[in-house]
Ligand binder design. Structure first.
Ligand code: GRF
Length: 202
């Protein structure tokens, strides 16, 4: 299976996928990353892709007259690599109708909270501020909402009294990277069905 991974930052989730591929091979893992896309330049995520010899593309919102044109450009840049599965690994933009029309049902996102709790761009900070005792991460299919698509898997992380947002996020990411690698591999190797809000991996 062909994967395109979308990033916006440090790309440690991308790196976890790259490391799994290096260890297991595309055959063993069931997928290969054919390109990495981003919404901004000069981020570690793109450097990780380049170090792995992967093609990259950047679609910046500010380079387009409208959000719809950006969405279309992102969809076209992604489609050029003919992915079977698109993985948002810390991609911090909400995609639009065009992207979902092409990749809905095969577009997976990872979120650093236990959805439906604490959706959006500050899930770690919000869980901490709320006083949650456990939080975690969620891998889900992307639908037309924000972090609202069918949940595939979740991992639980305890919140410690001494946590600040970055310490908690680092601990969540340790679980998240393993969860994402496991889920993407299973989706790619086994195939899956989405039945309403339920995801069945064969
Ligand atoms: C991840 O925790 C992801 O869930 C969130 O931002 C973080 C990205 O981390 N949206 P990285 O870029 O994969 O290191």
């Amino acid at each position: 299976k062909r994967l395109v991974v979308l990033v916006s930052g440090s790309g440690t989730n991308l790196q976890a996928l790259l490391d799994a591929l290096a260890a297991e091979g595309a055959e063993g893992y069931g997928a290969e990353i054919v390109a990495v896309g981003a919404d901004r330049d000069s981020i570690a995520g793109l450097e990780r892709a380049e170090r792995a010899g992967l093609p990259t593309f950047v679609c910046r919102v500010k380079d387009f007259a409208t959000r719809e044109e950006w969405d279309r450009a992102l969809a076209e840049a992604t489609a050029a690599y003919e992915p079977d599965l698109v993985v948002s690994a810390g991609f911090m933009k909400i995609v639009g109708k065009e992207f979902l029309a092409r990749f809905g049902g095969r577009f997976v996102n990872t979120h650093p909270a236990l959805l439906p709790s604490f959706p959006g761009a500050h899930g770690v900070r919000d869980a901490l501020a709320y006083g949650a005792k456990v939080t975690g991460c969620t891998v889900h299919f992307v639908d037309d909402g924000v972090d609202t698509g069918p949940i595939i898997a979740q991992g639980v992380v305890e919140v410690r009294d001494e946590d600040d947002a970055s310490a908690l996020h680092e601990r969540i990411k340790e679980v998240e990277r393993r969860l994402l690698v496991d889920v993407v591999g299973r989706l790619a190797r086994n195939g899956y069905r989405i039945e309403g809000r339920k995801v069945v991996i064969q």
